[in-house]
Each structure stands twice: as C-alpha cells, then as structure tokens.
Design a protein around this ligand. Structure first.
Ligand SMILES: Nc1ncnc2c1ncn2[C@@H]1O[C@H](COP(=O)(O)OP(=O)(O)OP(=O)(O)O)[C@@H](O)[C@H]1O
Ligand SMILES: [Mg+2]
Length: 487
C-alpha cells in the first residue's frame, strides 16, 4: 500500500489549538507544572499590563540546553505513553505551547543551563506569513531586548517564559490594565489552592516560593487540616500496582471557624459547592469539589472533603485531559471510593445533626435547638456548644460525662404532654421568671473572668451578645461595659 506523508498545516493547527479552552489561571498553572517538574524552588510571575503588555514566568529550575529548548518547543515533544519521572507533572508534550498560545500570539522561552543561555520563539503572525513550523532562534541581541531578562541573567540555571501580544487576554476589554488586575486576583486564588501543598511543603516535597508581581502567593489549605477532624485513617487503594491514597477530612463546624477561615473555604455557599473529592496528581490539585456522581452534594455532607492522591503512572486510567483539569476515577477505584464516602458522610452528618439543623435559623446561639430528625420528627436538644455549657465543661472537665447524662435526661423527659395541655389551656408558663438580671450578669462576669486578654474579652462579649439568654439583656450588658465593670 502507498502512503502519503501528510503533516498538519502549521498556521491552521496552531491557531486551532489555541481554542482548547484554557482559562488564564489554568494556562499559568500548566507553565508552573513545568517549573516544578524542573525542580524549581522559586517561581515568579510578572504581569505588565501597560504599553507592550506581557506576562513573564521565571523559575530557578534546572533549565534547558539549546537543543532541549528546541525539543521543548515542538508540539508533542514527548509521547503521552512515555514513562515519566515520578515527580513529573507533564504528560502530553504540549502544555508549554498550547497553554501559552491560548493566551498570547508570541511565546519566547529563554533558558540558562550551567550558565549558558539560549532562546526560542513561536510567533503566530510569523507562522501565518511563512506557512510553516518555523521556530525562531533568538540571538543575544534579541534576548537582551526581552522584558525581565535581567532577572534570569544572574541565575546559573533557570527558565524564563514570556507571553507577548496578549490578544486573548484583551478580548472584549476596554481597560486592559484593570481587567488584567482582576484576572491576576483569580490567578492568585487558583494557584494558592492548586499548588498549596508545594507552597506549604511536606515530607518528600520541598517548599516552593511563588510570587506574583513580587507578592508571595500564600497556600490555601482546603482541608483546614490543623483544625479539621480526620475521621478515619488514610486508606490505600492498590491499583495496577500503584497506590491511591485517600484521606478524608471533616471540616470543623461553622461556629468553630473564623471569618477568614470561612472565606478561605469559599464562604457558606462555597462550603456546599466545594465538598467532595480533592484529587491530587503528584501533589498538585487537579479536580475538586465533586463526588464523581457517587453521591449528591447535599447540606449534610458539606463539611466532608476527601484528599485523593494519585501518581502520574495512572494517567491513562483516570482519563487525564490535556489541560489537566479533569480526571475521572476508574471503575475499580470508584467502588472503593463509594465505601469510603459512606463512612465519611456519616461522620459529616453527625457534625451537622449533633449541632442541630435548626428549624428557626436566626443568627443567635440558643440554649435549646429545635432539630429536624433525619428519620422524621422533631426533637429538642440542649445546645452542647452553648457558652454556659462550654464554660462548665472547661472549668470542671471531670464532670463532663455526668453533665452529658444530665442533659440527656432533661432532654428526654420534657413533660411534653402536660406542656401541651397547659399551653392549649392558655396557662401562663412562668419558667423564664427564674432568670433575672443579677443571675445573667453573674454568668457574664464569670465567663469574662476566664478570658486571658482584653482582646479575647471583647470577642467573647460580642459572642455573648448573640447568645441566649444574654442577647435579651443587651441594655444592662452595655451599661456595665460603659461603667467599666466588664472590661
Ligand atoms: N520551566 C522549564 N524548565 C525546564 N524544562 C522545561 C520547562 N518548561 C518546559 N520544559 C521542558 O519542555 C518539555 C515540554 O513541555 P510541555 O509543557 O510542552 O510538555 P510536558 O510538560 O512534557 O507535558 P504536558 O503537555 O502534559 O504539560 C517538558 O517536558 C520539559 O522537558
Ligand atoms: Mg508541561
């Protein structure tokens, strides 16, 4: 049989692959993948939106020789079937080109390897002109004219990627500087989450310093791991001789999170939408906030987040896409994940139902919670996180279990029938007359006495003001503050 050699027409193919669907944050993450695979410990991203606008990404990784850059610039520089180093974040031999040219028309790559510098460029306008895969070889003069080059020169090894002619970034924008500013914030948030384990460092993973316009990117830990409960040990699923490690976390209840922590976790709405698996490929976050259709995202599981670590040797099974933004667990792993889901969502439900899924949802902390039971019906529960209950347990930890028994007894023996009869007979129930101002102030003072600093006193007072029964006595509390009796 005859064959015809039919290479793609460069201008068309290069223009078409621009539409793979990269967002700017995913494109930059792809470039950073390369820096991390090159063992970089310092990575800088510079956005320059004025005049000849550019985006530059510089790293102190091992760099590339002149031949290596030529190879790196080729579409399909490595086969997706090659066995990769265990810490390589690449797969398709495309990212450097497709991610960059999805955002710009001119991609320059300059690298120093053992002090020797070389540079190459893909310029889409030039490709259109010549109609071929013509890679530009930059000489010293060309290199010297590039922005940020002064940052690369002092390095013995490292790489500088420059995107110029940012046509896709400026599409539909009147004020590029302002819109780039907003996009930068999105990029910062994305990178702080996607690379959070690199930014924090962990055993076997060197800490990496990442800066955007010289400002450090701070790791965003989606598990709030210092505060969260790890409700079960990590499970190891062995698949095709490789380990998939699954580590479930239950986030602390909302009342235990600070405003900043809550914001970092995506706010109240974010908590719901971002529950689910967090899949890391070589410690780099790939997909998150999904249960892979193994269950629905519900209110009761909103505190559950599960770290799943996969190695790059299972890429084919997880159907990794070119942008590294989707991955689907193979059947074998899905089965195991289903079992784990069951165990952890039970835990997450407990955190919620124990706290009480309050029927009357105001912003106050009540002593009694009205709870809608999972299996139907209503029950009334004394709020174990109420300040008074917490204070007693803190002061007298030895009676914790006795107190718990007492509370259960009170809850279990409310004289409901009699109450019902009294209420329907319009009897006045005078229980609350036992609480008076003196008693309330005594408790307030005792709680505040236990606060160590003025700051914690102020925080506690603010808390008291939204807590039953203190919120009913705001006047006398404010008066006491004014008189200097409380702080
Ligand atoms: N910053 C860098 N430092 C050193 N080498 C690099 C750097 N960036 C790219 N390379 C080299 O260029 C090659 C091509 O990169 P490219 O991102 O196109 O593909 P890949 O990383 O192999 O796979 P993928 O398409 O999955 O990202 C890499 O395999 C690597 O050898
Ligand atoms: Mg890559």
């Amino acid at each position: 049989m005859k064959t015809i050699n039919l290479p793609p027409y460069a201008p068309t193919l290069m223009e078409s692959t621009r539409a793979i669907g990269y967002s700017v944050e995913a494109a930059i993450a792809d470039i950073i993948d390369n820096s991390l695979a090159a063992q970089a410990t310092k990575i800088g991203i510079d956005f320059f939106p004025i005049g000849d606008e550019y985006v530059a990404i510089i790293d102190n990784g091992h760099g590339m020789t002149s031949d290596e850059i030529t190879n790196a610039m080729q579409y399909g520089s490595k086969s997706p079937n090659d066995v990769r180093d265990f810490n390589d974040l690449g797969r398709y031999g495309l990212g450097l080109k497709t991610a960059s040219l999805s955002q710009c028309r001119k991609l320059s790559v300059i690298s120093v390897c053992q002090g020797k510098m070389s540079g190459r460029r893909w310029d889409l306008d030039f490709i259109q002109e010549v109609g071929e895969w013509s890679l530009l070889v930059l000489d010293n003069d060309d290199i010297d004219k590039l922005p940020c080059i002064e940052k690369l020169k002092p390095l013995k090894n490292g790489t500088l990627i420059i995107w110029q002619h940012l046509d896709k970034l400026s599409i539909g924008e009147i004020d590029l500087a302002a819109s780039l500013g907003t996009k930068m914030d999105i990029v910062r948030d994305h990178l702080s989450l996607v690379f959070h384990r690199y930014l924090t460092g962990e055993p076997g993973l060197k800490k990496v310093e990442l800066r955007i316009n010289e400002r450090p990117v701070i790791a965003a830990d989606p598990f709030l791991s210092k505060k969260s409960a790890q409700i079960m040990d990590a499970e190891i699923i062995i698949h095709r001789g490789n380990q998939v490690i699954v580590k479930p976390y239950i986030l602390p209840h909302l009342s235990k999170m600070s405003g900043a922590e809550m914001k970092a976790l995506g706010g109240k709405e974010g908590l719901r939408r971002q529950q689910g698996f967090y899949v890391y490929r070589n410690k780099r976050l790939l997909v998150w906030g999904t249960w892979f259709r193994l269950m629905r995202q519900g209110d009761l599981s909103k505190l559950a987040r599960v770290q799943v670590d996969i190695p790059n040797s299972l890429d084919d099974l997880w159907t990794l896409d070119i942008k590294k933004s989707t991955a689907i667990p193979p059947e074998e792993v899905r089965k195991n994940l289903s079992n784990i889901i069951k165990k952890i969502t039970d835990g997450s439900k407990r955190t919620w139902t124990f706290r009480g899924k309050k029927e009357i949802d105001d912003s106050k902390n009540h002593l009694w919670n009205r709870i809608k039971a999972r299996d139907g019906g209503i029950f009334y529960e004394i709020n174990r996180d109420h300040l008074i209950v917490e204070e007693i347990i803190r002061k007298y930890p030895e009676i914790k279990s006795k107190l718990k028994n007492l509370l259960c007894q009170i809850e279990g023996t409310i004289p409901l029938n009699q109450l019902y009869i009294d209420l329907t007979n319009d009897e006045k129930i005078n229980n609350d007359t036992y609480i008076d101002e003196i008693m309330v102030m005594e408790i307030v003072k005792s709680i505040l006495d236990d606060c160590e600093s003025a700051d914690t006193k102020v925080a506690m007072l603010n808390n008291l003001k939204i807590t039953d029964p203190f919120c009913e006595y705001l006047d006398i509390i404010d008066q006491a503050i004014e008189n200097g009796e409380l702080i």
